[in-house]
Design a binder for this molecule. Structure first.
Ligand code: ADP
Ligand code: F6P
Length: 486
């Protein structure tokens, strides 16, 4: 079996159970057993880009962590990745803060990472690069002579061509993607969006449903929906610590049901809309007062980016105002926790909650939806209320699917979830659980790596071009740019 080399912006610490973020959680679940190398940023902000790597063996995984300078963290991570690509790929053009220095930092860090990674690579390695931070990495590796099979997986949505064209660098990004052997997405919609773009591309010719020829090589574009370690997560439900047990008992005695939401505090997660829907539920059904609470766990993330500071203020104000309106001396309708919670605690919390409320405005997949299902008691399961704009909605049709922009409809759906008969709850949950268990993290890893392994690989003699940067201007650039003037 070929050695697996994973590259992602952040390298999870495989020893702790508080990872937040679908990428760290999904990949950690998947790689622990197979083993391999995991390369990425060390997460510190005071290093020297290109400086000494920190190499450590954790179980079967060799963890290679690279430092970045404060300037590069600012331009590459906070800047291009999280102030341009993140909002753009989540269809939030209004939040894109484009600056040329961001793109320069993004390319510089990718080039540096390529230079640090290349000496680690053996000819037969399968290289798997993750997420929007590292789109140009394969191109830089190719320029250094790396001919390994290299796959890319995007954890977040991929926008339609019209939206992508709003980025001044869209052609470079797409050309950089074409340096991979496999380009994987979470959903049919995301893969379809790249295919739409490629149909206008000067050098990519669609030769099969999922395959584009680029002359002497071809690229596979497909969807590989990420899964969780469903069995491992379910096994944690019995491990409730004292705090969680007391909370569960208290609610049982009071006959109080709980709606739960768990998300990084990100504007893509639709948190204000969610709180408003809960407020509407209480207004429309005064009989629910004191009998239902909403627990929202939302740890801080990317706080240096203005849009994240704004969403925090908005959420805190909203939670305060809904609580102020409805709370009584022994009932706080919304409990809002702004910190990370260990996954050992999360599992029993999900189990003890009658509704999983997962309503992002746009999300690549959303692992919380899958974790909620995995944690339920099959004999008396809770109900998942899921946004139609989460990648998970493509697979989890037995959830109650909602439009997260329609606050009134969400309130009604919450009511339906809270009053759903046991028989229907069981039926829906059984189908969801079967899916989440069968399509788990290991199945995801296997499917992607099988697709990558089957590729022919990069031709040994192929020149990767003489441009200073990977990626070339294409007809698609021109066509799309013409129809979308800046
Ligand atoms: P994203 O990748 O955008 O953060 P996902 O829902 O796909 O969204 O993944 C989030 C992951 O992070 C899940 O595994 C979830 O359990 C975990 N997580 C989110 N919030 C917390 C929290 N407060 N404490 C612990 N884990 C969290
Ligand atoms: O899953 C989406 C994602 O952006 C991952 O790439 C990332 O690791 C995670 O969310 C958390 O974000 P960050 O690494 O910026 O804290």
């Amino acid at each position: 079996m070929s050695r697996l080399v994973i590259v992602s912006n952040r390298v999870a610490d495989l020893r702790v159970s508080t990872q937040t973020g679908g990428l760290a959680v999904g990949l950690a679940d998947a790689i622990k057993e197979r083993g391999g190398v995991w390369f990425g940023w060390d997460g510190e902000r005071q290093g020297v880009t290109g400086g000494e790597l920190h190499i450590e063996k954790i179980g079967k995984v060799e963890r290679v962590a690279a430092p970045l300078s404060p300037e590069d963290v600012s331009n590459y991570y906070l800047g291009y990745a999280n102030s341009v690509l993140w909002p753009l790929f989540h269809y939030r053009l209004d939040l894109v803060d484009y600056r040329p220095a961001f793109f320069d930092g993004y390319m510089r860090v990718n080039e540096t990472f390529a230079g640090q990674l290349a000496p680690f690579l053996a000819p037969d390695d399968l290289v798997w690069i993750h997420d929007y931070h590292l789109i140009p990495l394969a191109g830089f590796l190719r320029r250094l002579g790396c001919r390994q099979k290299i796959g890319f997986f995007l954890h977040i949505p991929f926008p339609p061509p019209d939206l992508l064209a709003a980025s001044p660098n869209h052609a470079e990004l797409v050309d950089a993607l074409l340096e991979y052997d496999v380009i994987g997405f979470q959903t049919h919609t995301d893969a379809g969006n790249l295919k739409l773009y490629l149909r206008e591309h000067i050098s990519a010719v669609q030769v099969a449903r999922n395959r584009f020829s680029l002359g002497e090589r071809s690229v596979l574009v497909d969807r590989f929906p990420i899964g969780i370690d469903a069995a491992g997560f379910a096994a944690m439900v019995g491990d409730a610590d004292e705090d969680v047990q007391i909370d569960l008992m208290r609610r049982r005695v009071l006959g109080r049901r709980q709606i739960i939401g768990v998300d990084r505090l990100d504007y893509s997660k639709g948190l204000p809309e969610r709180l408003k829907a809960f407020g509407n539920l209480l207004s429309q059904h005064p009989e629910l007062e004191k009998s239902v609470t909403f627990l929202q766990i939302a740890p801080p993330t990317r706080e240096e980016v203005d849009a994240y500071a704004d969403i925090r203020t908005e959420l805190e104000t909203l939670a305060g105002s809904i609580n102020g309106r409805f709370a009584d001396f022994n009932w706080t309708p919304i409990r809002y926790i702004h910190r990370s919670v260990s996954r050992r605690k999360l599992a029993p919390l999900f189990r003890g909650s009658q509704v999983g409320f997962v309503t992002p405005l746009r999300d690549g997949m959303n692992l919380v939806a899958k974790e909620y299902v995995a944690a339920q008691d099959p004999d008396d399961p809770g109900v998942l209320v899921l946004s139609q704009f989460a990648g998970a909605a493509e697979e989890m049709r037995q959830a109650l699917i909602v439009n997260p922009y329609d606050i009134d409809a969400m309130a009604k759906m919450l009511y339906r979830a809270l009053t759903m008969p046991l028989k229907e709850r069981r039926r829906r949950h059984a189908t969801l659980l079967e899916h989440v268990t069968r399509h788990d993290a290991k199945a995801w890893l296997k499917a992607f790596l099988a697709a990558l392994d089957e590729r022919d690989g990069y031709p040994a003699h192929k020149s990767t071009g003489t441009n200073e940067r990977p990626g070339r201007a294409t007809a698609a650039t021109q066509t799309i740019a013409r129809s979308h003037p800046p």
